[in-house]
Write a protein that binds this ligand. Structure first.
Ligand SMILES: Nc1nc2c(ncn2[C@@H]2O[C@H](COP(=O)(O)OP(=O)(O)OP(=O)(O)O)[C@@H](O)[C@H]2O)c(=O)[nH]1
Ligand SMILES: [Mg+2]
Length: 252
């Protein structure tokens, strides 16, 4: 099974090499990584090129001219991976909030499920205890109230950015029509996965705050998230909801 990890980076100079090293240690055969760097100011792009030159068959780099957002990075990456024969495509952050150690578990679920979601909000999932009460409240409220009420989603972690997609799932989703770009992109994809009747498994994860580097979460991204939930509802309202969402009951 040919597996691609799509790794968008913006100013991750200190995280990128340790991340690639960690990914290579995983027991996942036929694993490839596509780094999508948005002209980072801290030299991440050059580090990506060095890593790729070392292993040109396993590490690929796409350079974009400027910060174009996570959503367009993933859509471009998914399309590229499908064109390069991927059977399975993983999306994750490069800042170690998404531990690579979950990936062999995700990939192992692939024939049975279309999507595995690394979830903070199913039993066994856990947030970094350093999260402030306010940040926890906002995230939980966005997932359990705002998104759930407006979109009627069943996934408990609708804003999760750690996912493993089967080729079949990505072929079913009209990728070219996905418009969200900030982290609401995750919600739009989760919503489409449900509406298109994909088999979804939420896998409990421990989400650790980034140890090095700065968050790219901005106030405009938060506003985009808030209003786009309604826009998604209006745009895709006609799709029927046929999803089966399960969650992994025993914490691995
Ligand atoms: N290529 C690209 N990568 C991005 C962009 N914005 C964020 N990233 C990357 O996407 C991942 C998630 O970004 P973070 O800054 O960690 O945002 P976050 O995880 O939502 O926020 P924190 O929890 O505060 O870290 C990281 O690997 C970033 O380097 C972008 O516009 N383009
Ligand atoms: Mg992060």
């Amino acid at each position: 099974m040919k597996t691609f990890i799509i790794l968008p980076t913006f100013n991750e100079a200190q995280n990128l090499a340790p991340m690639i090293e960690h990914l290579h240690r995983l027991a996942i055969p036929d694993l490839h990584v596509l780094i999508i760097d948005d002209n980072s100011q801290d030299g991440t792009g050059a580090i990506a090129d060095t890593l790729s030159a070392r292993e040109p068959q396993r590490v690929f780099v796409m350079h974009r001219p400027g910060k174009m957002g996570l959503g367009t990075a993933y859509i471009t990456g998914f399309q590229w991976a499908l064109a390069h024969g991927a059977d399975c495509v993983i999306q994750m952050d490069a800042d170690f909030s998404h531990s690579p150690d979950y990936l062999p578990h995700f990939v192992a679920q692939m024939p049975a499920y279309d999507v595995v979601v690394g979830s903070r909000y199913v039993p066994g999932g856990k947030l970094d205890p350093r999260w402030s009460g306010w940040r926890y409240f906002l995230s939980k409220w966005a997932n359990s109230v705002w998104v759930h009420l407006i979109l009627g989603t069943q996934v408990r972690d609708a804003t999760a950015g750690f996912k493993c997609w089967s080729r079949r799932a990505l072929e079913k989703i009209p990728l070219a029509n996905v418009r969200s770009n900030g982290y609401i992109f995750q919600v739009e994809m989760a919503y489409l996965a449900e509406k298109l009747g994909l088999q979804i498994l939420e896998w409990p994860i421990y989400f650790e705050d980034r140890r090095i580097g700065k968050s790219k979460m901005t106030v405009p991204v938060k506003f985009e998230a808030a209003w786009r939930v309604m826009e998604i509802r209006l745009r895709y309202g006609a799709l029927s909801n046929a999803a089966r969402v399960e969650y992994q009951r025993v914490s691995p």
